[in-house]
Design a protein around this ligand. Sequence first.
Ligand SMILES: Cc1cc2nc3c(=O)[nH]c(=O)nc-3n(C[C@H](O)[C@H](O)[C@H](O)COP(=O)(O)OP(=O)(O)OC[C@H]3O[C@@H](n4cnc5c(N)ncnc54)[C@H](O)[C@@H]3O)c2cc1C
Length: 394
Amino acid sequence: MPAKGVAVTADVVIAGGGVIGTAIAWRAAAAGLDVVLADPAYGDAASLVAAGMLAPVSEALFGEGALLRVNLLALARFPSFAAELEQVTGHRVGLRREGTLAVAFDAGDYAALTRLTAFRRSAGLEAEELDSRACRKLESFLTPDVHGGVLFPGDWSVDNRRYAAALREAAAAAGVRVVRDRVTAVLTADGADGANARVRGVALAESGEIGSDRVVVAAGSWSGAVQGLPAGLRSAVRPVKGQLLRLRHPDGMPPVLTHTIRATVRGADVYLVPRADGEVIVGATQEERGPDLTVTAGAVHDLLHDAMSVLPVTSELILAETCAGLRPGTPDNGPIVGDAGPGGLLLATGHYRNGILMSAATADAAVACLTGRAPAPEWEPFGPGRFLTRQGER
Ligand SMILES: Cc1cc2nc3c(=O)[nH]c(=O)nc-3n(C[C@H](O)[C@H](O)[C@H](O)COP(=O)(O)OP(=O)(O)OC[C@H]3O[C@@H](n4cnc5c(N)ncnc54)[C@H](O)[C@@H]3O)c2cc1C
């Protein structure tokens, strides 16, 4: 039932139009729901800054088994999702499946890579150890000084800008209505503290209210600023700054890379991600600086220095763009996806370093919740309840 005086109503309102909100909007509309997506800066957020790695293997870290399982689910889902997106829009999204070549600059870096590789193998992930010469056979522009490396064939990548643009086009074609405004609050029928409170819509900064009995908060790093979320959830997502460079080959220069390279250079991590159109992404810093989007000279220097240490030809590429984005981080590095607090409220946020990778699987999980079905079991550890329980608010 629409709220009194509300001009716009919908089956579902989605707050946030990064890859997560837009992927959910597209799939929800394709499932027959009438969807409104609200975002004051639609098409301009972390989703566009990202490197586009779909890298469950080289992102697998000690103690993050549940996250690995959901990342593997996400990777398995990605190709069919991308294929449908390409078919609906007629645009290629640049999915590449060459894998990640992790390289270690010195013996200390190699020792760390060896320990991680043993862990990843024990989790059933494929890994092929390579000496320096074998690394250069795969990537001829690598410095001969590289100590050694490991090929992780189970990692892929996508051109996240093309992908995000295709998602927006597919959502529009499926009938999603976009309101360029900020959601200030989730509105509930019985007041925020009522035991049986239900969502009745959202309040917008400029354009009144939208009536709906289902609301998805997918506002990335800003999710906690939406009023009406249970307090434990408002503080669960924080921005983690990342600075990143976009390089381009000069006209006529053949591609300098085929695989994604993840290098450790005397303890510092850097990655280089090649695109089919000749772009090479170099990233990224990881900084706890709140909502700061400045690009610093030091970060540009460090990223280029480390990239050139392993791939000297980087110095011949054109520095086309420097940018910074905010990863939506959470206390346990896992996403927050599922029903939360008042009936009809769904969260899809906190995707931290893997939001591009997880977007398709998150859309599936969210649409399952919206249509009364259970999401895949891999999502079970990542419900909003883990933060409510921690705060004693259930
Ligand atoms: C440098 C860097 C590199 C990365 N590399 C990778 C990678 O290689 N692979 C990978 O999988 N992930 C990567 N990520 C992470 C990935 O970018 C994020 O996890 C992902 O973009 C999160 O998507 P999102 O839609 O939740 O958030 P965002 O893309 O941040 O979108 C949030 C949207 O919500 C809107 N919004 C905010 N507040 C409101 C409100 N109140 N009402 C309405 N709308 C609102 C914003 O305008 C924005 O459009 C990287 C991130 C960074 C910064």
